[in-house]
Write a protein that binds this ligand. Sequence first.
Ligand code: SF4
Length: 355
Amino acid sequence: MKTRSPDEFLQTIHTLAVKIGRRVRLMEVCGTHTTAIARAGLRSTLPESIELVSGPGCPVCVTAQREIERMLLLARRSNVIICTFGDMIRVPGVDSSLEQERSRGADIRVVYSPDDAMHIAEEKTEKEIVFLAVGFETTAPGIAATVLEAVEKKIKNFSLFVSHKLITPAMEAVLHGGASIDGFITPGHVSVVLGSNEFTPLAEKFTIPCVATGFEPSDVLEGIAMLLEAIAEKRCGSFIQYVRAVKPDGNPRAREILFRVYEITDAEWRGLGIIPQSGLRLKKEFSSLDAIERFSLPQIPPVELSDCLCGDVLKGNIHPNECPLFGQACTPRTPVGPCMVSSEGACAARYKYGG
Ligand code: SF4
């Protein structure tokens, strides 16, 4: 199948759709896939019976609103410099955002890596530098490596606001929540770290196929064809389309660094609530780098953005254009929720590319 053209994959998909003879819903759980599918206009090329839905794969989008509010509390401290990846800065809080806090004088900087944040800490020793550690198993190993370096260099004014998430428990939560999903396009980057075997227990438990898929349009089409083949043949399991990068057992070195620094804990997700064992926290020996402890950040009551349906988008219950605010009150220039802010958000991708 590897040497076939996108047109040939499409032909296979259309043939399999007829053979299956019912509606099939496939979910991608990776923001890069969400964008790649929308940018290439793949939805419009598929048979009507094959529906692609976006799941909880955009790290900024899945960050719980309570976490956003606590980041804002931190940003208001006069001795703190917040360092963050770009998209987080525009995520709306209940009555502010990091961008708004910056316009009011808070020192909030967009960085391209956790190393950049650590270097700011080395330069600005009179300030406390807090890096917003958001992301899945893809970004967490690199951030863990920075933690180890900061400890080795004895940098005292550097800490992390940890809000990492693990993708597999969220996929299970989506299925437990009742979403009708026939197969998962599993995230290529996360699969590079975890390996395709990570998804085997979930595939077997729910008797569905999962395919670790690359990001080119032909990769995605091949991944969809592989999922449909498995569905047509009533096969479940975790398979690899992205063979040039993903191995069954992933990258043991990256996982070793990840779990040297972090341990698994319960985590709160936007739209999905608290999912057991679905997040990461710093191990006790690194707790001095935990910004929540260092700054005694209070727990705050559950909050939601009124009228925003990001939670339903992330669970695959609705498509972005089914939200009444989509393209009206909510656009990339005036985002009401994080799914319209992030470049990997389902609402932003649908607004930008249509489909
Ligand atoms: S369109 Fe805007 S308000 Fe609606 S779900 Fe998406 S981000 Fe939220």
